[in-house]
Design a protein around this ligand. Sequence first.
Ligand SMILES: Nc1ncnc2c1ncn2[C@@H]1O[C@H](COP(=O)(O)OP(=O)(O)OP(=O)(O)O)[C@@H](O)[C@H]1O
Ligand SMILES: [Mg+2]
Length: 346
Amino acid sequence: MYEKFYGFTEKPFNLTPDPDFFFLSSVHKRALDHLVYGLESGMGFIQVTGEIGSGKTTLIKCLLRQLSREVKVAYVIHSKGTFVQILRMILEDLEVVAADHKLGKEALLSRLRDYLAEQARYHNSVVVIIDEAQNLQLEVLEELRMLSNFETAKAKLLQIALVGQPELRDLLRRPELEQLRQRITVRFHIYPLSEQETRSYIRHRLNVAGSDGAVRFTAAASRVVHRYSGGLPRLINVACDATLLAGFVEERRVFNEQFVRDALRELADERAAFLAESAAPGAPAAAEPAREPGPRALPAAGSPRRGLVAAAAAVLLALGLAVALFLVRRGGAERAGELWRIVTGR
Ligand SMILES: Nc1ncnc2c1ncn2[C@@H]1O[C@H](COP(=O)(O)OP(=O)(O)OP(=O)(O)O)[C@@H](O)[C@H]1O
Ligand SMILES: [Mg+2]
C-alpha cells in the first residue's frame, strides 16, 4: 500500500518468516551456530526455544538455506498429530514415500530404517526439524526418542531438532520424559533483542526493502518500539508497520518518538498501555526534531495542545465581553454591538 510512497521494493515489516529479511542479531547467530553444530555433530536431540514471535521459524528457514546437499532434511510444522501422522510427514518430506501412500506404522518405520542406512552409506546425514514442538503429545515425544535408536556404533543416523515456544521447556521437564531429556545434547533459548539491536534490526529491514536511507526512526523512536515490543521481532514489525502506515497518511519519512507513540496509540492494544505514561525515561520528547506539518497535523482531541488552544479562545471571548459591557455602560451601545459582532463572528 505505502511501498511506492517510500520507494520500497516490498513491505519491510511483513509478518511472514521471510529469510531474505533475516537479521543476524547476536542471539540469532548463536542459535544458528548451536543448531548447525548440533546437527553436524550427530549427537541426537537439539532443543531450541524462544518466546512467541522471537524468530524461531525464520531461523529454521535460514538454516535450511545453509545446510549442504549432504544433509537431508524433513521439516515438520504440523506437530499436533499422532506419531504415525508425524512419521508420514517426515517420510513424505524426505521423499521416501509418496503423499498418497497407505502404509501403516511398521511399514513406515521399516522404510525409514532402510533410508537411514542408505544415506549413511553415502555419508549423508538425515535431519528432522520439528517446529511448534510445544504442541507435541507426550506419547509422540516418547516415540520420537525411539527413532534416535537408529544408530551405528559411532553416530546417530537421525538428528532431531525440537523447536518451540517456552512451554516446550516445561514439557521436556516432565518426569515421564527423563530418557528423552538425557538425550538432548544441545539446548538454546532465543531471548528478545536488546534496545540497540532493535534499532539495527529496524534499519536492516528498511534497507532490505530498498530504503535509500530517507526513511528513518530516530533513536528515541526506536526506543519506543523496543518498549512496545519487548524486543520481539514480530511485535517490532507490528509497531514499525503501523508507524509507516501513519507516515504514509501524513506524508513523512522521519519518525520521532512522539510520532511513533501516536501511531502505536492508534493500535489500541494492551501492549500500548505504557503510552499513557509520560515520555520513556531518559527520552524527553523535547529533544526530538519537531514534527513535520502534514494533513493530519491537528492535535488529537484531548491532547494538551488542543486544551491550550481552547483556554486561549475562552480568555479572548471573556475579554471581548468585558469590553462590550464596559462600552454599553458608557452609552456606546452602537459601537459595543459592532464589537460584539466582531468578537463572536455573528
Ligand atoms: N532474526 C530475524 N531477522 C529478521 N526478521 C525476523 C527475525 N526474527 C524474527 N523475524 C521476523 O519476526 C516475525 C516473527 O518471526 P517467526 O515467525 O520466525 O517467529 P516465531 O518465533 O516462529 O513465532 P511463533 O512462536 O509464533 O511460531 C517474522 O515476520 C520474521 O520475519
Ligand atoms: Mg514459528
